[in-house]
Design a protein around this ligand. Structure first.
Ligand SMILES: [Zn+2]
Length: 157
């Protein structure tokens, strides 16, 4: 699977990481399917409620509201525009899923109410001036693999 983060969304991500500082922050990834196994993140949400220095907990109410807003804006064309997954930062840890992160994603995709075919987890951090990010994909059948993640950067600043 390949996932590209659109440049304006990368800008939003970097700003959120800067605001959160030593605390974890996160949200959801929504976007467009370009081809089978090829997705572009066109809408990255940032949760208002921050995490702690070592933990990020999804605000399910905000996540639901943000999803409704995205589906409304994209005219409910779910075949093309849909939920891609979750993201959060690891300001104090490596860009790798923790045991808790793995449990959370496995529980998410195995929940009988989960409507998708997969969910991605992207983990990010600012290393000095550089953004680092990596992503993994989970599916309800227990398949897990690394995502080929491309983070595009805004030009012309
Ligand atoms: Zn984590």
């Amino acid at each position: 699977m390949r996932i590209t983060v659109a440049p304006d969304q990368t800008g939003k991500l970097i700003a959120a990481l800067g605001r959160a500082g030593v605390r974890e922050t996160g949200g959801q990834l929504f976007g467009e399917q370009l081809a089978p196994s090829d997705f572009r993140v066109t809408h990255l949400t940032v949760q208002a409620r921050p995490g702690t220095v070592s933990r990020f907990v999804v605000d399910l109410m905000q996540a639901a509201r943000d999803a409704i807003a995205f589906f409304h804006r994209t005219n409910h064309t779910y075949g093309r525009y849909n939920y891609i997954g979750e993201w959060h930062s690891h300001p104090s840890f490596a860009v790798q899923p923790s045991g808790t992160d793995l449990d959370t994603m496995r529980n998410l995709v195995r929940d009988p109410r989960f409507a998708g075919n997969f969910a991605v987890l992207m983990i990010t951090k600012i290393d000095g001036a550089a953004l680092s990010a990596a992503a993994w994909v989970f599916d309800p059948r227990g398949q897990e693999s690394t995502v080929n993640l491309e983070v595009e950067v805004e030009q012309g600043h």
